[in-house]
Design a protein around this ligand. Structure first.
Ligand code: VGL
Ligand code: ZN
Length: 232
């Protein structure tokens, strides 16, 4: 039986880890949790709701207890932002257009600077978070990534901040898996960090297969895909 064989493993000294416990990853002191865009705009009732978006909040609150360093991001657009469909005549949300830096998906107006819609979800509890980084604030350019804007040149300063604080590993959570989480995770790799995405602490938009594509691209760049149960 299973019980007998596990007991036998124990006798053989092969059962050093507690029986049936999930393998644990313990975030080191030089790790940071990045909480991407858990804002009202991306939650049901907001301007660009992500299905199940609110479900990440309790997962992230629990994960936060395991981290000394936490960085929070906010999508923070000007009115009339270049990523808004309403800015481009004849364009509808979820269509694409070509901007100076490349293709841009056009979104409903969302996360406008200073609006309640752009506020952090009120049940997010991150008392030890020390930095809020806002992105997408240049009117003519989007920024899915918390590290650099869509021209792949303009830095937000996050890589420098993390390096100055001795951070080597980042764990990325939040919204949306296939846009801001994925771009943040891939740019973190590019900046030289070890990177984990905690899948059940994210939810996706999944536009035309974007979720599967994002996981594939992240894997190709060495981003590790884990679950919150691997940590807490
Ligand atoms: C995001 C679409 C537009 C995100 C931001 O946070 O993933 N997605 N702006
Ligand atoms: Zn946006």
């Amino acid at each position: 039986t299973l019980l007998k064989s596990t007991a036998a493993l124990g006798l053989l000294g092969l059962g050093a880890a507690p029986l049936f416990a999930a393998p644990k990853i313990k975030p080191a002191a030089n790790a940071a949790l990045i909480v991407v865009d858990v804002q009202n705009c991306f939650i049901e009732g907001g301007t660009l709701p992500v299905k199940g978006g609110a479900e990440v909040v309790p997962v992230i609150n629990k994960l936060a207890e395991a981290f000394d360093n936490i960085v929070v991001t906010q999508d923070w657009h000007t009115p009339g932002h270049a990523s808004f469909a309403s800015t481009h005549s004849g364009k509808k949300p979820f269509e694409t257009t070509k901007l100076s830096y490349g293709n841009q998906v056009l979104w409903p107006d969302h996360c406008v600077q200073g609006s309640d819609d752009a506020g952090l979800h009120k049940e997010l509890k991150l008392p030890t978070a020390q930095l809020i980084i806002r992105k997408g604030y240049h009117k003519g350019m989007d920024s899915y990534s918390a590290f650099e804007e869509a021209d792949h040149k303009t830095p937000t300063g996050l890589a420098g901040y993390l390096k100055a604080r001795g951070v080597k590993t980042v764990f990325v959570t939040g919204l949306a898996t296939d846009f801001c989480v994925a771009w943040t995770a891939m740019d973190a790799r590019k900046a030289g960090f070890e990177v984990y995405v905690i899948e059940d602490a994210t939810r996706a938009i999944d536009l035309n297969g974007s979720l599967a594509a994002a996981w594939k691209q992240m894997a190709a760049k060495g981003v590790k895909r884990i679950q919150s149960s691997d940590i807490v």
